[in-house]
Design a protein around this ligand. Structure first.
Ligand code: CTP
Ligand code: CA
Ligand code: CA
Length: 610
């Protein structure tokens, strides 16, 4: 240790070499190293018991109240005080009340026939009402806005209704140079100029910054304890970066708590995969820092089939091929070996097992987004004329969501409106049409367009048997027009209604209420949807089972379908297939997208469905 320019200690485990890179002045001072930046810091922030918290805040209740959100007879969110009574999502409302007699159960808001706005009614009934998640979407947007405001140089990617990835790399870099200005100048005696390693980092005081995952699982730390000499010895500049991100994250979380009333839990680490993995280390209202040095022991005991994309057929195949179950077991498999069995792209698996993930944190573009309102009908529609009432209910939801989204993006326009209906045991059928370019998107405008599609869909059949209806806007985009036309377009009443129009253009942000389905979280956020439209290929994926009425079951199955479908795209991307993508041909009126068969290669075959 005579020269500070000597590289730091070698990684103890060859499998994890990537976790202790030499960090040079070039790394620190170059502006755009992207996903390979050795000082990269990413966080995943997830709201605690989100729907329950939204209802608690709406009702102005004390956080200690045991509150749950109910959908029909099932529970969709359980506050932490209610969890103390042993209540879980598996419970029915009756059993939950037995466990906690003082339980406050709030039924999720619903749209009711004839009402333009969702509300909290006394007579909720799945036969006449439709669940509304609008409150949660709005609250979610507020949280996302706070992330964006606090971190003008950070990248925010909404990952689900209650979580977001935050790329802290830039804000951290700014702070790092501000705090340690000597880093901005490559010393004259640095042996390799800009390529010389940074001097040894300062010690870090983790107090109050969150739970620091111990390097060896036996150590317990809560952020307040002495983090042993071992850690100090091995401290890296990346750890300093993590600690700065932890400070920033903490401030934002406290801000969200004091301004909006929500507690959150976050994971802070070198990439998205590790950040997500550590976010639930301690819940609620806490944050976890997973230092690079702690990654090996954190990953090794993990059942690899619990890792996203390794849960399905690929995971099964790996488990079978090598007769193993944990990440640690698979570390003995060489890259050559795994690639010879699973194809070139198994590099991705090889890397994930070693805590490497090069996925970018990137805000999704509004392009190709869709908004979908759906209703699973407990009593099938048997007469074509009875469809109208449900169409109005779905139209009311789309009207509200589009107009909400337009608050921040006034020219947002759907290219098309699509109506799906599932008849009896058939798979879903759909009709679509270009959406008229009218000034005010009212319930009537939407319902009229949808009614036309409904007529086309049901034809002149005397009796029908429709078990689910879904109405969607697809191809949502900012309409291209000059400022003049925008003003003209929104002249008269809109301009008064929407003060946000006065905002500068750059602030027209992606409305988070436009759900992106391509990167949906493992759990569905819309328990009532029975299908979803993939934002990449526009294909509508529906549940096959008829009459699945249990909310959590629907959500689970749908989530599985989404994952499978995402996996499919993932595999296609991996396979770099040069065949044309699976895109339904958009026509003014088409039923069932035209698909092309694709022969999967290598790793891809583990993701395709029959
Ligand atoms: N959700 C749902 N159906 C599911 C999973 C989740 O409706 N199958 C909703 C929940 O109501 C929840 C929100 O999506 O409030 C976010 O889900 P998640 O983060 O998994 O759970 P939380 O309820 O937020 O609880 P936690 O504190 O554990 O994150
Ligand atoms: Ca959550
Ligand atoms: Ca979540």
């Amino acid at each position: 240790m005579n020269s500070p320019w000597k590289g730091k200690a070698k990684a103890t485990n060859q499998a994890y070499d990537d976790l202790r890179p030499t960090i040079t002045y070039r790394h620190l001072l170059s502006n755009n190293l992207g996903v390979r930046d050795p000082l990269r810091v990413v966080a995943l922030c997830d709201s605690d018991a989100f729907y329950a918290a939204c209802e608690r805040v709406r009702l102005g209740l004390d956080p200690s109240v045991p509150i749950v959100v109910q959908q029909w007879e099932s529970l969709i969110a359980i506050s932490y005080p209610a969890r103390k009574f042993g209540i879980s999502r598996m419970d029915k409302i009756k059993d939950a009340k037995k466990k906690c007699p003082d339980l406050l159960a709030v039924h999720v808001a619903t749209y009711k026939e004839g009402e333009k706005e969702p509300g909290y009614w006394d007579d909720v009934d799945t036969r006449t009402h439709k669940v509304s998640l609008d409150l949660y979407r709005r609250e979610s947007n507020k949280i996302i806005s706070m992330f964006k405001e606090s971190l003008p140089t950070g990248e925010i990617e909404k990952a689900s209704i209650d979580e977001a990835f935050i790329d802290f790399t830039r804000p951290v870099r700014e702070k790092l140079l501000e705090r340690y200005p000597y880093l901005a100048q490559v010393p004259a005696d640095a042996p390799d100029g800009t390529d010389s390693p940074l001097p040894p980092p300062p010690p870090i005081n983790w107090d109050g910054l969150g739970s620091v995952v111990p390097v060896s699982p036996s150590e317990e730390t809560d952020g307040t304890s002495e983090l042993s000499d071992e850690v100090d010895d091995n401290t890296t500049w990346h750890d300093v970066a993590l600690s700065i991100a932890a400070e920033l994250m903490k401030k934002i979380r406290e801000d969200i708590h004091s301004k909006l009333g929500y507690t959150t839990s976050a994971g802070i680490a070198r990439n998205k995969f590790i950040a997500k993995l550590s976010a639930s280390y301690k819940k609620p209202n806490s944050q976890t820092i997973l230092r690079n040095d702690a990654i090996p022991n954190y990953l090794r005991p993990l059942a690899f089939q619990k890792i996203r994309f390794l849960g399905g057929k690929l995971g099964d195949a790996l488990a079978k091929e090598y007769d193993v179950s944990t990440v640690g077991d698979l570390l003995t498999v060489s890259l050559e070996e795994i690639q010879s069995k699973f194809g070139e792209n198994a590099l991705w698996v090889y890397e994930i097992l070693r805590g490497i993930d090069h996925n970018e944190v990137k805000e999704k573009s509004a392009l190709f987004k869709s908004m979908l309102a759906s209703k699973n009908l407990p009593t099938p529609i048997t007469q074509s004329s009875d469809g109208h009432q449900w169409i109005r209910v779905l139209a009311a939801e789309l009207a509200l969501r589009l107009n909400d989204a337009r608050e921040s993006m006034p020219t947002l326009w759907p290219k098309a409106i699509v109506l799906h209906a599932r008849k009896g045991y058939e798979t879903s059928r759909s009709k679509q049409a270009t959406f008229p370019f009218v000034r005010n998107v009212t319930v009537d405008v939407i319902a009229t367009a949808a009614d036309k599609l409904w007529k086309e869909l049901t034809g002149d059949a005397k009796t029908i048997n429709v078990t689910s209806v879904q109405l969607a806007f697809t191809g949502l985009e900012k309409a291209e027009m000059g400022q003049k036309s925008i003003e003209g377009f929104f002249k008269t009443r809109d301009i008064q209604q929407s003060p946000s129009l006065k905002r500068p253009r750059e602030e027209y942000e992606l409305p988070a209420s436009v759900e992106d389905t391509s990167l949906a979280p493992p759990k569905s956020s819309n328990v009532e949807a029975v299908s979803f439209q993939c934002s990449r290929c526009h294909k509508v994926i529906s549940l096959r089972e008829e009459q699945v009425t249990d909310a959590s079951e629907v959500a689970q199955r749908l989530a599985t379908l989404r994952l499978e479908h995402d996996d499919f795209h993932f595999a296609r991307d991996l396979a770099h297939s040069n065949e044309s993508p699976l895109v339904p041909v958009p026509r003014s009126s088409s039923s069932r997208g035209v698909r092309r068969k694709v022969e999967p290669k290598g790793i891809a075959k583990f993701f395709t469905k029959k």
